[in-house]
Design a binder for this molecule. Structure first.
Ligand code: ATP
Ligand code: MG
Ligand code: ZN
Length: 284
């Protein structure tokens, strides 16, 4: 056994641009580029939503990604779930070919396989993540079928188990999420995302728009699930309160770059970067 644990997920030199780019904006120097206004090229209008991101995620860890609106959080998470094409960069998953294959380079088919077997995603908007007119059980079954389940009895059993885990009464399994409250819809999304037992769960800004008390219950649930299942998670939020409650380690994004990366407690106590200081102070 090796003494150094290898990461479950590694991201290297990840870039995502929206636009064609030009000679003035494609050279990435750390010093200020006079042709760029933050992450946007003044010459060609291209937005560099993620710029040279590098990070690792370890087994059982919850990693927070925090940053203001437009800092690149959703772009990153969509790319990790293969819903956006990266501009450059590498992604390695320990569960796929021993973490030696850059999965961004894999075929569409392989990415679909990874989506169905290795990843779970909870969208900020339950209307994106669920079919509102299917039953809740049917939503879970859809994910199970994608992950190669075929035995109906087993699927029903698994759906019941999952709904129980997220505290949705099993008696309501046949009701569509459309009839549920916002907090319940998010809980159905979480159960669906967990259905295939993914080692990695990606959580968008899942508590946006929920009442504080409902928010607290959803966050509590996520912590319980993490302790029980030891699933690794990436949680994105613009809310440092959510990040503080859930995560072990945090990346702070600002205009597409990581400006701070460390233990969440340390970042909260002693933020180094001016931008992080601003975020922390606005929380107090
Ligand atoms: N499809 C797109 N086409 C063009 N630009 C885009 C597209 N998606 C995102 N962007 C730009 O990329 C940048 C990062 O956007 P992103 O959605 O990742 O930010 P975010 O951190 O998730 O913000 P929010 O907190 O508001 O959700 C923004 O400047 C945005 O305008
Ligand atoms: Mg977003
Ligand atoms: Zn440009």
């Amino acid at each position: 056994m090796s003494l150094v644990e290898s990461p479950l997920l590694s991201i290297r030199n990840f870039y995502k641009k929206y636009g064609d780019g030009c000679l003035f904006c494609t050279t990435d120097s750390e010093s200020e580029n006079p042709y760029m206004d933050g992450n946007r090229c003044l010459e060609c209008g291209t937005v560099w939503a993620c710029r040279n991101l590098n990070f690792d995620l370890y087994q059982g860890e919850i990693l927070g990604i925090v940053g203001e609106s437009g800092s690149g959080k959703s772009t990153l998470v969509k790319s990790l779930f293969f819903n956006e094409e990266p501009t450059y960069g590498e992604m390695y998953l320990a569960s796929y070919r021993d973490g030696e294959q850059n999965v961004f380079d894999c075929s569409h088919q392989t990415k679909r396989y990874l989506q169905n077997h290795e990843l779970g995603m909870v969208d900020q908007n339950p209307y994106h993540g669920l079919r509102m007119d299917y039953s809740s059980g049917g939503n879970i079954a859809e994910k199970l079928i994608a992950a190669d389940y075929s035995h109906v009895g087993q699927m029903v059993e698994r759906a019941e188990e999952l709904l129980e885990k997220v505290e949705i009464p099993v008696a309501r399994m046949n009701e569509p999420p459309r009839k549920f409250s916002g907090g319940m819809q998010q809980r159905v999304q979480i159960s669906k995302a967990l259905a295939n037992r993914p080692p990695l769960l990606l959580l968008g800004e899942i508590t946006t728009g929920l009442d504080l008390s409902v928010q607290a219950r959803v966050l509590d649930l996520i912590r319980t699930i993490q302790q029980e299942l030891k699933v690794s998670m990436i949680v994105i939020s613009h809310d440092l309160g959510v990040i503080r409650m859930l995560t072990d380690r945090t990346l702070v994004l600002n205009q597409g770059r990581i400006v701070e990366n460390g233990l969440t407690d340390q970042i909260m106590e002693d933020p180094q970067h001016a931008y992080t200081q601003l975020l922390v102070h606005s929380l107090l």
